[in-house]
Design a protein around this ligand. Structure first.
Ligand SMILES: Nc1ncnc2c1ncn2[C@@H]1O[C@H](COP(=O)(O)OP(=O)(O)O)[C@@H](O)[C@H]1O
Ligand SMILES: [Mg+2]
Length: 250
């Protein structure tokens, strides 16, 4: 199995506090990994340090075997734009653009695909996430769930190898969360590697594997295997994960 991302001896500190301390982690191609832990345990810091949004204090981050922890800022921006997609708790869409324009913008920024191809890709993503009907709407005229779907489309416009998500359902109600997670599972089943931070057991139960951060380290991991949407199996996964989380003191 191919390794998409490998983290070696990663440490991250801010001034006098060590947030991450000697993290080692391998993420396989097509895997869906969830990162859990108490608030303040360093989940976002880990996500940002491995995705080039922030720099580790020490250690290596290898993307398909190439060390990206010390590439210059321009190269890192280009890697982020072309190889990685990002979804956060809030959509951070640009206010003066339509849903569709927000989605295609990173496509044009990357300058690796023709206008036609970017537009075709946007149409496909809009249809897949069920927001084609609001494509030309102002972002103030759509619901929170639709905004988050648009943020997912924007993250996928350059067909990234990895989708990084930080609490993607943190601002959504439970039915909208489910819809967003169904989309993320579909994207993963089509081959995109997903690395997601969440504090929700239900949301994390969609992942193949869950790691638990504590005291700046990976305290434990739980293998769940591929999610298939089957109702009975889904509640078993949530149950298994909840019991495991309880053992972690969560
Ligand atoms: N830019 C920063 N400067 C200083 N401390 C930070 C910064 N970002 C995060 N921290 C600290 O690092 C710790 C982990 O934060 P974070 O990764 O956001 O946790 P989580 O996402 O698990 O809630 C916290 O104690 C937080 O205060
Ligand atoms: Mg966080």
């Amino acid at each position: 199995m191919k390794t998409t991302l490998e983290v070696q001896n990663l440490c991250k500190s801010y001034e006098d506090s060590n947030v991450l301390n000697d993290i080692n982690l391998k993420v396989n191609e097509g895997e869906f990994l969830a990162i859990m832990g108490q608030s303040g345990s360093g989940k976002s810091t880990l996500l940002y340090s491995i995705s080039g949004m922030d720099r580790p204090t020490s250690g290596k981050v290898m993307l398909y075997g190439k060390d990206i922890s010390e590439v210059d800022d321009d190269k890192m921006s280009s890697i982020r734009l072309n190889k990685m997609g990002f979804v956060f708790q809030h959509s951070y869409l640009l206010k003066n653009l339509s849903i569709r324009d927000n989605i295609v913008l990173p496509g044009f920024k990357a300058r690796t695909k023709s206008r036609e191809e970017i537009n075709r890709n946007a149409d496909r993503l809009l249809a897949k996430t069920g927001i084609e009907g609001v494509a030309n709407h102002d972002i103030k005229k759509v619901s929170g769930g639709q905004l988050q779907r648009a943020a997912i489309c924007r993250a996928l416009i350059n067909q990234p190898d990895i989708l990084f998500c930080d609490e993607p359902t943190g601002a959504l109600n439970s039915s909208t969360s489910k819809e967003v997670m169904d989309i993320i599972n579909t994207v993963n089943s089509e081959g995109t590697t997903v690395i997601m931070v969440t504090h929700s057991a239900k949301v994390a139960s969609r992942a193949d594997r869950v790691i638990f951060l504590m005291d700046g380290k990976i305290h434990d991991e739980l293998i769940l295997g591929k999610y298939n949407g089957e109702e009975r199996r889904t509640s078993e996964r949530v149950q298994k994960l909840s019991e495991w989380l309880e053992k972690q003191g969560f």
